[in-house]
Write a protein that binds this ligand. Structure first.
Ligand code: TMP
Length: 238
């Protein structure tokens, strides 16, 4: 596969065209941002870990019935993916109250939720990714009702599978963010990434944070946390 010109550079990844119009190459960076880009930094080795972890998880989900954009890992930082148009919704699943949910509803971080929850944000940096309900999303033509039903079904199924997988690694899956895309024939597939950048992962025994909250909250040990969860996952999946 031939890597052609850069199409896009995001906060954590670059995207390149290839000689196949239906395939793109994503290239994971070590750059980290938080609070809609207000906080900037770098997490050494993050791009390599996020690339590998996302690919391991997406390959597993694909095998277990969830369509994804993943095609093939090309190098430490590069992966071949299906070209999709991203549905401009951040899909957030929560099992335990944390982060913005804990703050918004005044519940202590770490409080288990009676049922797993889903929420959507409108992916729009200029507006600061505001929360959006499904009526608004359909009204604004961000997705159709059928697409949203499919996304919800996949998101909860992904939660069931990833919760079980992380549990076997001694990690509690607190919450995570997904993005979906549509291939040229309109099929909804899981896209973007699943990594410590996009999940809250807590050590099941100690509750230690093993994800990007260490960067967001200046807790230190950021690189070590990414390495630790990657080591546990790859050890488990080997
Ligand atoms: P929140 O509690 O800040 O809303 O975050 C919920 C989950 O979504 C958490 O696992 C981190 C992830 N997330 C992203 O992947 N990207 C983002 O821009 C934000 C705000 C959160």
């Amino acid at each position: 596969m031939e890597k052609k010109e850069q199409l896009y550079e995001g906060k954590a990844k670059k995207v390149y065209r290839t000689n196949d119009p239906e395939r793109l190459i994503v290239d994971y960076k070590d750059d980290a941002t938080a609070f809609n880009g207000l906080k900037k930094g770098s997490i050494s080795g993050k791009g390599v870990i996020n690339n590998k972890m996302s690919n391991l998880l997406m390959a597993k989900l694909e095998k277990d019935g969830i369509p994804t954009h993943f095609v093939e890992e090309l190098s430490d930082r590069e992966t071949l993916v299906k070209r999709v148009s991203i549905v401009p919704l951040e899909v957030i699943i929560r099992n335990i109250a944390a982060g913005s949910f804990a703050k918004r509803y005044g519940v202590e971080e770490g409080t288990p939720l009676e049922i797993p929850t889903i929420e959507f944000s409108y992916k729009n940096d200029a507006l600061g990714d505001p929360l959006i309900n499904t009526y608004h999303a359909i009204a604004l033509k961000l997705a159709t009702e059928a697409e949203i039903e499919t996304i919800k079904k996949y998101a909860f199924e992904i939660n069931r599978q990833l919760q079980a997988l992380w549990k076997e690694c001694g990690v509690t899956l607190v919450d995570f963010k997904l993005e979906f895309g549509k291939t040229s024939d309109g099929t909804v597939v899981l896209a973007d990434e699943i990594s410590p950048d996009t999940c809250r992962l807590w050590d099941s025994e100690t509750g230690e944070k093993l994800d990007k909250d260490r960067f967001r909250r200046d807790l230190g040990g950021v690189e070590a946390a990414y390495e630790e969860v990657m080591k546990r996952l790859s050890g488990h999946m080997a």
